[in-house]
Structures are given as structure tokens and as C-alpha cells.
Design a protein around this ligand. Sequence first.
Ligand code: ADP
Ligand code: MG
Length: 768
Amino acid sequence: KVERPLDVQEGRLGLPVVGEEQKIMEAIYNNPTVVIWGATGSGKTTQVPQFLYEAGFGSPESLNPGMIGVTQPRRVAAVSMAKRVGDELGGVGERVSYQIRFDSSVSSKTAIKFMTDGILIREIANDFALLKYSVIIIDEAHERSANTDILIGMVSRIVDLRATMSREDEKIKPLKLVIMSATLRITDFLENPNLFRNGTPPLIQAEGRQYPVTTHFVRRTRRDYTEEAFEKVCKGHRKLPPGGMLVFLTGQNEITALAKRLNETLANFQSQSNGHKVRISASEAPLETEDLELGNIAPGFDDFEDDAESDGDSSSRGDDRDFDVEDSTPASSTVHILPLYSQLQTKDQLRVFEPPPENSRLIVLATNVAETSLTIPGIRYVFDCGRAKEKKYDRMTGVQNFDVGWISKASASQRAGRAGRTGPGHCYRLYSSAVYERDFEEYAEPEILRMPVEGVVLQLKSMDLQHVVNFPFPTPPDRQSLAKAEKLLIYLGAVSNEGKITSVGREISNYPLSPRFSKMLMIGHQHGCMPYTIALVASLASLDLFIPKNQLDLSVNVQSEVYTNEDRSADEARSQLKSHYNHAHHLFSRHSPTSDALKGLTALCAYAYAPLREAFCKDMFLSPKALSEASNLCSQLMSIVRSNNPTLLAPNVSLKLPSPSKTQVAALQQFTAAAFIDQIAILASASVSPPDLPRNPTRAIDVPYLPLFPINVKRRADIDMIDIAVFVHPSSVLAHLATKDLPTYIIYSHLQRGTPATIEGAKKPRTR
Ligand code: ADP
Ligand code: MG
């Protein structure tokens, strides 16, 4: 039935996966679950759905009438792969569709459906047995995104369920599960009997078809990798024979900035405008795991102790020689520069698949979107900065953030592989082999271990799963934190006492944030507070907006023995600095003398007004990096709130806000309390059984509080109350109060270990 275009027919013959068609199909017929492992480009994503289609899966009159569902971790992959497979199938191409949030081409004819994993998770909530499907392909499983892991656990259960259902009702067909991976990073959980109850699924390997890629390291790893990328790409463009370039960077801001510079430097013809505007319309405003991408993050790499001498490879050669390639065809004269990152509109992302204008060199500046799922035609040279923006999660503070970090060796090899798809290629690594050997992990940690457990639990609850602790995670988070997270969700009203998701929970799960913050956004429109709530969430989600007092630059030292006039003026300068410092903090605390949360909000809004932001930060003792990140987060939260409910936030709202009213201040404090409802401490002296104190504290920071839900230690009769007490952190606004003015209850965002001076020998957590 399938008549493929001629060039497609020929191209397919060379793909390793096509050579294994029979083996793959036999395995799928004979097993409920099959794992396919093959290098990037071997044909997994494009070919396996076609094998299934040709074998009758997805046609109403066959034994397996349900659709072929294929999940992708990223939207651009779902859309572009649906298009590619549609093209390959020629006349029946219309039977291939995609579905991503806000956009779908699915029709009654659809037999093969590409979708993001987030979409399938939502579908499971409405159709627990996935009756619309005859087979689910979970693609790019090696990336170990949280959604992929959750889907592997969930669909493995649905496979069992469908087997049972089909035994009882012959109209219902069993469901097949195919897991596809570019690396062997998934083998560690395949033997997990909790996950695959009917034994380890068969692993079918398709050898990669790969031209040789020569890898070049630099001798010295520069901290400013965008500068390094700029220089290397310019030089490469002048010296290297024709062929597309793919440059791996970490985020949107870097990409747009580098695109602009390269265009200015390399474009010979001004008229040819490749400049690219970044726009995110509200309707495109994204909401999958890839959504929150903070820009402007300065790399946190302080120093690189490259050991150049020990490098025995190409890294010790001169840089210039790296660009000496045997082929001496003159380089293309113009450049065609395209960005590729997840927040870019889909239609703009798809431009990388179009052939570049004649005689011009395609230069794609990409995030790790281009690492495995996409094949960009014509790429011969890869420039790899070796870093990626990763979701980081601080279990202690509960703060989730994006940070630039080294990629894994596995990722580096995937990136290099992108140069060898169409012919021999070169990969220029913008880091030394010493750094690679020393600092790169073999594989990155699965995402599920890097996110708030309550987010994971809510995701599972949103699929109507009642008993989360029994869930077959490929890599399980620890049971205690799962139970604790479920409690929190109950307190937030997201989950009922019976463990079922509530309507509040469904709404919260629409925000790609930790449930605490999502809850604040959900209730935060009351009393016209929406923009303030957004700023409040952004400031709570950022650490250290304020420069701590002990880091003030008091570098003027008294050195001479006699107290001179210079010393006097240095002393004066110091005391002046301290008084400015206190004044700045006083200003930020003006809306509430007892709330650190509001202080952060005030600083963030003041920053929005500042004409010169750097100078403002310096004058007001703020961290420019933290403020800039928090402002970025605000803009993203605004577009997320608008896309969830456009009526909540006027389109022109910015952070330049008037002072909040008294009512609003009170409301904002209530929203915060609602989100941290499990983190309340009571003044120890006001508790039912006040502890004995060695002496009466005179400073606020020495006054003990008792958490209402005790931390770590179980409340036992033989434990002295003082052992579970917490104290106000010296950086908190509360630290400056007189002890008699301290509030009876405090809500804290996190605890930190430290030793209050007055209680000797004891290690006490401090609250903040
Ligand atoms: P895998 O999923 O194993 O990484 P794919 O199925 O995505 O491999 O791609 C297999 C091959 O199909 C690629 O090596 C490439 O030759 C070709 N291909 C895939 N997508 C495109 C595309 N958009 N344009 C041209 N060729 C493509
Ligand atoms: Mg693929």
C-alpha cells in the first residue's frame, strides 16, 4: 500500500534499522515490550513507526486498529519527525500527525501520531488504558527526562492492564510498548522486576552508520565559551571547505547574541538579513518541561586547571592546524545563520531543515535540542561548548533553577556524532581533553532525581495514580520523600485525603513549577495581586538577591601602629558603608517589617524601575546576577499565567508596579503562608511545653522556635525540646527585631544548619 518517493526508497536501504526490520517486528509480535538501541541517525524514529504501519498497526480493519503513538521529549522533534515520516510515506503521508500543546494535526485518518511526552501523560489521565493506541513508542529514552521515566513506568503497567482486559473481552487488543534509545543508558533498569513483571524485554541493536568524525580539543578551556565559539566559527568559516556548521550553546540569549555578532562579522551582503527576532506570543507560550529557560546565566566556572602538558592528543597542537583539512575547496562566501532552541516558534525551528541559499554556508546555533532527536541535513562541522543548561534542584531549599553545567561524555559523543551523518566530519570541542576527562560524568543523572519530588508525585496523581510509593520508577526517588511530598500536596489542597488529585491539583499541574509556587500563582490573583504574586514567586525562587553583610567590601585595613588620619577616614568610610547598607535594607522592608518574602518582592520591583541596573544593584547592595535571573523568571511566569488564563493578567503589565496597598500586602503574606503551610514554627516559649533555656536570650537570633511539623527527629519523650528548635537566620528581617517583638508564629522557606553562639556545642538548624 505504501509507495515511497524514489530518493526515500534509496535512502532507507542504507539505514541500519531497516536492515533489522524483520528482527524488530518479530520481537514486537512475540513480546509485550521491546527495547531498540541504535546510534543517533540509524533510523529508529523515522523507520520503526513505518514498519508498524506497514504491518497493519493503526488501520481500522486490522488486528491492531489502535493508533501508533510515538512520544518525543521535545516539541520540535514531534513536529519535524511527523513531517519527515509523512513525506517518506508518500501517498499515505496524511496518516501521520503530530500533537503538541496548542497545536495538533490529528484527524480521524491518523494512524501514526507523534506527540510530546507531556501530551501522552495528559491522555492517560483521561483514558487510563490508552484504548486509542495499539502500540506506544517511547523515543529518546536515554535522555531520561522525568516525563520519559514516568511514561516508561506508567505504560509498562498499562501493557499489563491491557493484557488482562483483552483476556476478558476479545474486542480489546493488547498494547505493545517499544522503548528506543540512542545509548545503553537504559540497561540499568531493564532488569527491574517491578517494572517489567514478565521478564527483561529483548534488546535489539541496530549498528550505527556513521562516517568518521575527527575530534579536536582546545588546549585551554576558556570561561567565556561564547567568545571562543565566535572566534572558532569565524576562523572555521574562512578556512574550512563547504559544509554546514552546528554550534552547541546553552540558551536562547547566548544564541541570539552570537547570531547577531556572526551576522555582523561574516555576512558580506548587508541586504541579506538573517537577523532573527525572538517573539513568544501568548498562545505559543509553552508549557512542557522544556519551558522554563532562564537566560543570562553567567557560567559558574571559576577556574580551569587545564593540564595542557598531559594532553597527548590534538589538543596540544596549534589551534590553526585544527582547521587544516585535506580538501582545499574554497569556503562558501556567505553565511546562513539560524537559531534553534526550544522557545523558538515551531515554524522558525523548522527552517533548519530547508536547504540554505545557494553558495552559502548553513550555521545552526542550537541548544541540546539538536543533540539527538533531529537530523539537520548537510552538517559537517560541530562546535561544542561542552555545557548545557540543566534543571538543578536544591533539596534543602526546595528551589529549582537552571544552571549551566558540563554535559556528560555520552552527550559530548552524541554532539560530535552530528558531524558524521552525511560524510566524514569534524567536531571542535571548545574545552580541553583534561577537562573532558576530569569533569565530565559518563552519563547525566536522570532528571527525576533533579526535581522536586512533590512535582513528580503531582504528575503521577494527575494520571489518577493513587499509590505513588508503589509506582515502578526506572530510578525511584526515596520512599520517605515521596510520602512527605504527598503530605504536602494534601496540605496544598492538590490531593484529597484519599490520595486523589483534586481540581486544585489539576490546575496546579498546569504550571511547570514546584507545586508550592504553582499554588501561589493559582490563588495569587485575589485583590488584584497577580503581578505582585508573580514577582513574589520569582523572588522566593531565587536565592540571595541581597549581598550578605559579611561580604561587604570593607577592605580598608588598619595597618600602622599609630591611629592616623587615614585610618580615621577609613573607619568613617566603613561606618558610612554600613549605614548605607542598613538604609537600603530598611527601604526594602518598608512594606512589612517582618517579611523577607515581601522584601525580595520590593527589591525586584525597585530593580524594574532602575534606569541603570548595574549601578542600582551596586548602590543598593543587590546581586546583579540574581536580580537579572529573577526578572527573567518574572517575564516567563507572566507568559505562563497568560497562557493558562489570559484574563488574569493584562497584556501590558510589567514589573513597574505601584506600591501594593495594605490589603494587598496582607494578601501576599497569606499566599506565601498557604504555599509553605507545612513549614511553620511557633515561638518555643509560647508552645505547650516550653523548653528550659540556659539563659534568657537577648538577641532575636537566639530565640528558639519549634517547627510544628518537627524536622528529621521524631518527637520522643526523651528528646529535649531544645534539640529540635530552630532559630532565625541573621540575614532575615526578623533578626533585627527586639526579642519582645518577635512574632509567635513564623513561616520559613528553608532550614539551614548552623550554630547559634549562645547554645554551646549544639548544632542547630536556622530558619530563613
Ligand atoms: P534515529 O532516530 O535513529 O536517530 P532518524 O530516524 O531520526 O534516526 O534518522 C535516520 C536518517 O534519516 C538520518 O540519518 C537522515 O539520513 C534521515 N533523515 C531524518 N530526518 C531527516 C530530515 N528531516 N531531512 C533529511 N533526512 C532526514
Ligand atoms: Mg531519533
